[in-house]
Ligand binder design. Structure first.
Ligand SMILES: Cc1ncc(COP(=O)(O)O)c(C=O)c1O
Length: 398
């Protein structure tokens, strides 16, 4: 095929941007435009009426009181009181972290990118769950890592299968990226026995664990689960205020270790110098004396929405459809019988008034297309109930 004049004139972009260009989002946004009435289950955010706007405004006003000094460069690691608040919160999940090992980032997403920059050379192996958070896959691929998926079941990453995979790999992986608690996309939580086995295996075989934990505080049934970081101080832990306050704040953190912290600080400084100083103060002032109560209130809202979705699925789904039962977080995972293709079905589902995320995008090799991720946090119960009826209608029609 001959190149058009326009293609010839296009600047040569890098190989590394390709994973960012290939994305589910443009497709999903087109579908949203095609049917603006469709109920959108694709997101992973707190609903706007749950975001504590007044409290954040109060935090922001307090932040400005600190004067012009904070408008200069400074604090690569981030505002110290915020790092102390984070360390205290992490202790409630069993991890004893020195605030000096904490680096404030632009969300957990930047933590994922920094981890890749710290550990990955082109051609290195990065292990992920299969399925996993799709935007982490894009980052690892953009760093030219070879991503290898480890299957997940209702008790989280299958550590015995990981062991077999490790035996077959041509070289030692640099790290394993996991979302062990209320996983994105399946909503499942790694069992205590598997957590122990995973940490032991990482020490035995010499790979780092990167624990991404955006949903860990949002438990519905009983006390929050202890983190992997609580079992091993060498775990690199990624946290965020995106799901417990608001994603647009872009405030998250990396909790590393005395051996790794300088690498993370240097890479952060070389990337964007440091986070916005006003916003990190605003998040601190908003959170202090407020965040625990806020999280407790939001858990109740999300728990009711999860219950509505589970009840709707139980009532509407035909035989042969299965789903996970999350104990927290934002998502559940629905799997259809053999012969279905959730990529192919999405267009029809949109016309019938429901948009989900098809499973193939969550796999390093895009190999599984019979499941879908449904977000329950962002819709009121009545909409969820009605949407489950429409989903059943779509499945029956296909
Ligand atoms: C597992 C996981 N990691 C990271 C992120 C990104 O979060 P942040 O807004 O903190 O960058 C998300 C958001 O959906 C997520 O689900």
């Amino acid at each position: 095929m001959t190149e058009t004049a326009q293609e010839q004139a296009a600047p040569a972009t890098s190989r590394r941007i390709e994973p960012f260009v290939a994305s589910v989002w443009p497709w999903v946004h087109d579908l949203e435009e095609r049917n603006p009435e469709a109920v959108f289950f694709g997101g992973g955010v707190p609903p706007t009426d749950v975001i504590p706007v007044d409290r954040l405004r109060h935090g922001s006003e307090r932040a400005w009181e600190d004067g012009a000094d904070i408008l200069l460069y400074g604090e690569v690691r981030g505002y110290r009181p915020l790092r102390e608040l984070i360390a205290a919160r992490m202790l409630t999940r069993g991890a004893n972290v020195d605030p000096a090992d904490i680096l404030i980032t632009n969300g957990a997403q930047q933590g994922i990118d920094l981890a890749a920059r710290v550990f990955v050379d082109p051609g290195d192996i990065v292990l992920t769950e299969a399925p996993t958070f799709m935007d982490a896959l894009r980052v690892f691929k953009s760093h030219e890592a070879e991503t290898v998926g480890v299957p997940v079941d209702e008790f989280g990453l299958q550590v015995d299968v990981l062991e077999t995979i490790l035996d077959q790999l041509p070289k030692r992986p640099k790290f394993l990226y996991t979302v062990p608690t209320y996983q994105n996309p399946m909503g499942v939580t790694m069992s205590a026995a598997r957590r122990r086995a995973l940490v032991d295996l990482s020490q035995e075989r010499g790979f780092v664990i990167v624990e991404d934990d955006p949903y860990g505080d949002l438990s519905f049934d009983g006390a929050p689960v202890p983190t992997l970081k609580s079992l091993d101080p060498d775990v690199v832990y990624l946290g965020t205020f995106s799901k417990i306050l608001a994603p647009g704040l872009r405030v998250g953190w990396v909790a590393s270790s005395p051996r790794l912290r300088e690498s993370f600080f240097n890479v952060k400084e070389g990337t964007d110098i440091h986070n916005e100083r006003i916003m990190t103060r605003a998040v601190f002032h908003a959170s202090q004396g407020f965040l625990d109560d806020h999280i407790a209130a939001t858990r109740e809202i999300y728990r009711r929405r999860r219950d509505a979705m589970l009840a709707g699925l139980a009532r509407e789904m035909p035989v042969g459809v299965h789903w996970t039962t999350p104990n927290g977080g934002f998502f559940l995972w629905v799997t259809l019988p053999e012969g279905y293709d959730t990529d192919a079905m999405l267009s029809d589902a949109t016309d019938r008034g429901i948009i989900y995320l098809p499973s193939s995008w969550f796999y390093p090799d895009r190999s599984w297309n019979r499941s879908m991720r449904l977000n329950f946090s962002s819709q009121p119960e009545e909409r969820i109930t009605e949407a489950m009826r429409r989903l059943a209608e779509t499945i029956a029609a296909v």
